[in-house]
Design a protein around this ligand. Structure first.
Ligand SMILES: CCCCC/C=C\C/C=C\C/C=C\C/C=C\CCCC(=O)SCCNC(=O)CCNC(=O)[C@H](O)C(C)(C)COP(=O)(O)OP(=O)(O)OC[C@H]1O[C@@H](n2cnc3c(N)ncnc32)[C@H](O)[C@@H]1OP(=O)(O)O
Length: 292
């Protein structure tokens, strides 16, 4: 007969593990002012990076190079390349639902702080990827570390390009302009714009929806209501009671696309720099104020 385990022994062990987890969570909150869930989500991007690298190293080459390695794949062209616009749409939808459900409570404060945080996050995205008093930060890092745009014919933009051995070189045009001129971005350290955007955007959505999160069991119950006939009406109802769903779907897509970037594109250092810039603003907007 197998030995009969004492149920209270199991309970005690479970209780001990639980207490340990609780004390870890308490000390994390006291010392670093962040919760276990926040830390886990922040670290999940480092995990994504490690998984991407391992998959790249140990997978069969025919599996490593596939549809997602193609820059023109739908998810890259229609989602990531317009990533901040999607994030903006999801957050507007989220707060529209939140505000419409706060029937008797004033929503002004909630909205003003949400808009202020949105503008701070948008400003950081714009400075890093679009424009920072000239070239955006990611392109500045590239040209300051010796990078340049090389095009076969730059005669029309003689004030920007310098001719060297029959090719036209410039450290004054942005990566976006260089791509439009069908030029190549050569030399220098090129921080990954994708890693930055996907991490920045996911963290922004996570910290925005977290205060409204009512736990996984409530989330599951609302999702289970989707079963059965009349799916479209139920979906509208679920999005109306749980607008977090829209953000979670987008965050899942971002996590997956980040894995693809980690598998196929850029050097390790370029991805790490993208990751650090992705962490930076979120740390300043959401975590730093907890120390003030
Ligand atoms: C009613 C209540 C409302 C309450 C509301 C509350 C809050 C909201 C408040 C206010 C809202 C109010 C008003 C807002 C109104 C308007 C604001 C709208 C603002 C916008 O929103 S308007 C902007 C839309 N605009 C975008 O949203 C652009 C996003 N875009 C980017 O920012 C860049 O585009 C980025 C960073 C992605 C560039 O990055 P990069 O391309 O330079 O990047 P990287 O160096 O990493 O890539 C090297 C090569 O690898 C390839 N590559 C890498 N990873 C790959 C993968 N996984 N798959 C396939 N290919 C991959 C690449 O495709 C590339 O290839 P190639 O160069 O050939 O393309």
């Amino acid at each position: 007969m197998p030995p009969v385990s004492n149920p209270s022994e199991g309970d005690t062990r479970y209780d001990k593990d639980f207490q340990r987890l609780e004390s870890f969570s308490r000390s994390l909150k006291q010392k670093w002012r962040i919760s276990v869930a926040e830390l886990a989500f922040i670290l999940s991007f480092a995990l994504n990076f490690a998984i991407g690298k391992l998959l790249h190293l140990y997978s069969d080459q025919s599996e490593v190079y596939n549809y997602y390695n193609d820059k023109n794949n739908i998810f890259n062209q229609y989602f990531v390349k317009k990533g901040w616009a999607w994030t903006t749409m999801v957050i507007i939808f989220f707060y529209a639902v939140v505000v419409s459900r706060r029937k008797n409570e004033p929503s002004q404060r909630v909205l003003i702080t949400a808009i202020a945080r949105y503008f701070a996050a948008t400003l950081w995205w714009a400075l890093f990827t679009q424009w920072c008093f000239g070239l955006p930060i990611m392109d500045r890092v590239f040209v300051y570390t010796g990078g340049r745009c090389v095009v076969p014919d730059g005669k029309h933009w003689a004030h920007l390009f310098e001719e060297i051995d029959g090719m036209f070189h410039s450290h004054k045009v942005s990566s976006f302009a260089c791509r439009s001129l069908r030029g190549s971005w050569e030399g220098g350290h090129d921080p990954s714009g994708h890693v930055f955007l996907l991490v920045h955007s996911s963290l922004y959505l996570f910290f925005e929806i977290k205060p409204y999160w009512r736990g996984w069991s409530q989330f599951r119950r609302n999702i289970e209501r989707l079963r059965g006939p009349n799916f479209p009406a139920k979906l509208v109802d679920t999005l109306n009671t749980t607008p977090q769903v829209a953000a979670i779907i987008l965050m899942a897509l971002w996590w997956f696309m980040l894995l693809m970037t980690n598998m196929y594109f850029h050097s390790i250092a370029e991805k790490l720099v993208g990751l650090l810039f992705g962490y930076a603003a979120i740390g300043v907007v959401y975590i730093l104020p907890r120390w003030l």
